[in-house]
Design a protein around this ligand. Structure first.
Ligand SMILES: Cc1cc2nc3c(=O)[nH]c(=O)nc-3n(C[C@H](O)[C@H](O)[C@H](O)COP(=O)(O)OP(=O)(O)OC[C@H]3O[C@@H](n4cnc5c(N)ncnc54)[C@H](O)[C@@H]3O)c2cc1C
Length: 508
């Protein structure tokens, strides 16, 4: 049996594997699954069980002290991640898209931007990450959508507008999808109801010796391994490092005060932005359409070209169309009514009206950060205080981007765009990015290009905490691609040593 209920272990027990993974969400499951292809043994510590549990979920409670939310909002951290096997993929929408080459670049107008490698480093992993997330690879995907009778607008050369495509997985719950394969593997031991509460190091904190684990029922044990991977999500990973302060008082790996900083999210808003376009039959590719196997949907979106963004020094973003039928117009806001009256003048019969959902990138900012508050959870761990607010640069970049969209849209596809008030109906996408950023220089990043924590020989991080910038697309496909890459690194680093030729042993 490779699945264990940690509540039934003896307190004081020690479990052992080559690699210990903390957290079984998208990052942890993708990594564990990939490691089953190697000779390495794996132990996965998962806080929750196979289904939801209120007391376990409550461990995720924390406060947001600044940002969009009212002062002291206590709902965001509780509801934007899920603490059970499968992690937040138990709730995610399954929208997948790879990052673009420009997202990895050091963009002079965005302080702290730049990954330690370019898109080419992840290119081998994206096509393998796509099926793990339940979608097909992206190569030639826009052409295929067109081939299935969903035409897209021909964007004039130099229009500044670009198409991108999202694949939305319909087979996306990692917990359901990968439970059996992991249970069947002899090399993976899964511990449910097992909360990592401390990363235990040697006396100079250069090596991790164990993870201390506790259950809500009071069992305490140690998980020991040759290498440890934190895959508990973009908030819990830094929380665990900050709470593990027995040797390094400011928190493990935090000598340069970087752990928890540079938090990024993806927000979205409609801002009553609308396009009137014709002809109507061209819209379907831009709405969700089912791929032939029905396993995923596709959706084409708009973005500004990298050249235009570079010229205007803008963050990345994408714009999704959501059409409204004429008999629904009255349900929308004043701006829809205003544009509808424009519409009467312009194309009285055969036009389409649409809301434009704007999803921009947020710039990395050291003051947006996961800190520890004074409250503690049921297991004695200090809870999170998240500081998060928009900078003038974010707001200014979004404003200028929307105006550029409004300018180039009519030229590229016909119609009109009307912009409403700035912050109307702003929402967040529950993406937790950047809190353990990757940089070759320990003074500028918590992990190195292999996702190993600087200064600690055997501690790694999986998940979007390591992304230096967020790009304009959802993170999970890239999280999985990075987990596949990390598996390869761990395999090469920890490979069992081959016996020397001539060693005594079985001849066959
Ligand atoms: C409503 C919603 C919609 C979303 N839609 C999309 C989308 O369409 N596309 C997209 O790309 N992303 C989406 N996301 C985000 C997506 O779910 C996350 O990017 C992804 O799940 C992150 O994977 P992860 O493994 O890093 O973290 P998680 O999936 O959160 O997994 C972390 C795991 O660690 C466990 N854990 C936490 N602390 C401990 C501890 N101390 N000890 C042991 N285990 C621990 C948790 O129980 C959990 O199982 C959405 C999120 C939400 C909430």
């Amino acid at each position: 049996v490779t699945q264990h209920d940690a509540r039934k272990l003896q307190s004081g027990a020690e479990v052992w594997a080559d690699i210990c993974i903390v957290g079984a969400g998208a990052a942890g499951i993708a990594l564990a699954r990939e490691l089953t292809r190697t000779d390495l043994t794996v132990c996965v510590l998962e806080s929750g069980g196979l289904g939801p549990d209120k007391a376990t979920q409550e461990l995720a409670q924390g406060m947001v002290t600044e940002g969009y939310f009212e002062e002291g909002s206590d709902q965001y951290l509780l509801h934007s991640r899920i603490r059970q096997f499968g992690g937040t993929t138990n709730h995610w929408d399954g929208a997948c898209a790879p990052l673009h080459a420009v997202d990895f670049e050091q963009r002079d107008w965005i302080p702290h931007s730049g990954w330690p490698f370019g898109l080419e480093e992840l290119e081998p992993y994206y096509p393998r990450a796509a099926p793990v997330c339940g979608v097909k690879p992206f190569e030639g995907s826009i052409d295929k959508v067109q081939g299935r009778g969903h035409p897209i607008f021909e964007l004039p050369e130099g229009s500044g507008l670009e198409h991108r495509i999202f694949h939305h997985s319909n087979d996306r719950r990692f917990g359901t999808k990968y439970r059996r394969p992991l249970q069947r593997s002899d090399d993976v031991s899964l511990y449910l109801w097992a909360n990592a509460v401390e990363i235990v190091t040697n006396e100079d904190a250069r090596a991790v010796m164990a993870i201390r684990v506790e259950t809500l029922s009071g069992v305490s044990f140690l998980a020991r391994a040759r290498a440890y991977v934190l895959a508990a999500g973009g908030i819990e990973n830094p929380r665990l490092m900050l709470n593990s302060n027995a040797v390094q008082k400011a928190g493990l790996g935090n000598a340069n005060d970087l752990v928890g900083r540079y938090f990024m999210e993806h927000v979205f808003f409609h801002r009553n932005s609308l396009v009137i376009s014709k002809p109507i039959e061209k819209i379907s590719a831009y709405e969700r359409t089912a791929a032939p196997d029905g396993k995923y949907d596709t959706q084409v979106v708009f973005s500004l070209s990298p050249e235009l963004r570079r010229e205007h020094e803008l963050l990345d973003s994408n714009l999704r169309i959501r059409t409204a039928e004429p008999d629904e117009w009255h349900k929308h806001s004043d701006a829809v009514r205003m544009i509808a009256s424009d519409l009467d003048e312009v194309h009285p019969t055969d036009s389409k009206i649409a809301r434009l959902r704007f999803i921009p990138e947020l710039a990395p900012n050291p003051n947006n950060r996961v800190r520890l508050g004074t409250d503690t959870d049921e297991l004695g761990l200090r809870r999170v205080q998240l500081d998060w607010r928009l900078t003038d640069f974010d707001k200014d970049s979004w404003e200028r981007t929307l105006r550029l969209f409004a300018g180039v849209f009519p030229l590229a596809i016909g119609g009109r765009v009307r912009l409403g008030d700035y912050v109307e109906s702003i929402g967040h996408q529950s993406h937790h990015i950047g809190t353990l950023r990757m940089h070759r220089d320990p003074k500028r990043g918590v992990v190195d290009a292999d996702c190993r924590v600087h200064g600690i020989d055997n501690l790694y991080v999986a998940g979007s905490a390591v992304f230096p910038t967020a790009g304009g697309v959802n993170p999970t496909l890239t999280i999985v691609a990075m987990s596949l890459r990390l598996a390869e690194h761990l395999e090469t680093t920890l490979e069992p040593e081959a016996p020397e030729v001539g060693d005594a042993g079985d001849d066959d």
